[in-house]
Design a protein around this ligand. Structure first.
Ligand SMILES: [Zn+2]
Length: 271
């Protein structure tokens, strides 16, 4: 029963400790950002531009930037949805340590989470980086150059500019992966949202958390190969479930936190 599950998650979040959320494309589809790796996604229509091709071929770079421009229009216009805002609420109230995300849309930061609390496993497409000197350029400047007819912009140092995301065939960002592993290994509660937990290294994180004895909850529309690891599974839209967890937490405020049996008490909707 979903109401019980929501109350259980809220009660566990309220116990304190280190609570970590892990998010995937499913949390952003409700903001109108398509899950471009899924079936019917952009990579079904186009073969991806691999990192090696980007670095070795101007034609590939131009193709990459053409696609990015089309994709970015949607991302730029997207706003955080109730699921993003619920996680930001949890953080503000001291109930969430960090968000590990597979998303590249920057919507967690846009919802109010500080940059240092968001671990981006696949980078962020709102940042443009030089592949040679590693400088980050203002995105408006790069957009202007594209609009002015430069099909594959380069840095002043001569390096190739590229959105700061992990392309197919590109190495994962070591520092971010390390942070994600450390958070997962030490958390007391692991809340997966909108991820099928299929892609590595994402798929390892729930195992690390489980090994640490964390309480495990997942909100995702479909089954995942990691479902057996989770104490609570909710198959519903994140934008509908997460705000209810925040509400349930607010209702729990009257119950003393010291008693673990308090977890079984459900807030009376009439009161
Ligand atoms: Zn450079």
């Amino acid at each position: 029963m979903i109401i019980d599950d929501i109350a259980t998650i809220a009660a566990r979040i309220r116990l304190g400790g280190k609570n970590v959320a892990f998010t995937g494309a499913g949390i952003s589809t409700e903001s109108g950002i398509p899950d471009y790796r899924s079936q019917g996604g952009i990579w079904d229509k186009f073969r991806p531009v691999y990192f090696d091709e980007f670095m070795s071929s101007r034609v590939a770079r131009e193709e990459y930037w053409r696609r990015w421009t089309a994709l970015y229009t949607g991302i730029e216009a997207a706003a955080p949805n109730p699921a993003h805002r619920a996680l930001a609420d949890l953080y503000r109230n001291g109930y969430l340590d960090a968000v590990i995300t597979q998303n590249i849309d920057g919507l967690h930061q846009a919802s109010g989470l500080p940059e240092e609390r968001v671990v981006e496993l696949h980078g962020n497409t709102r940042r443009i980086r030089c592949m040679h000197c590693r400088t980050i350029l203002p995105i408006q400047e790069v957009q202007q150059r594209l609009a002015d007819g430069d099909p594959a912009p380069e840095c002043n140092c001569g390096g190739y500019l590229k959105p700061d995301t992990i392309s197919f065939g590109q190495a994962m960002p070591a520092a971010e992966v390390e942070k994600a592993v450390r958070l997962s290994r030490t958390c007391d509660l692991f809340l997966a949202v909108g991820s099928t937990l299929l892609v590595q290294p994402a798929a390892h994180m729930p195992y690390f958390a489980k090994d640490n004895g964390a309480f495990m909850a997942i909100v995702n529309l479909s089954e995942t190969p990691c479902d057996a690891l989770f104490d609570v599974r909710i198959r519903d839209k994140a934008g509908q479930v997460l705000p209810r967890i925040v509400d349930a937490l607010a209702s729990l405020q009257a119950i003393p936190v010291s008693s673990p049996t308090g977890m079984d008490k459900k807030p009376d909707p009439e009161s």
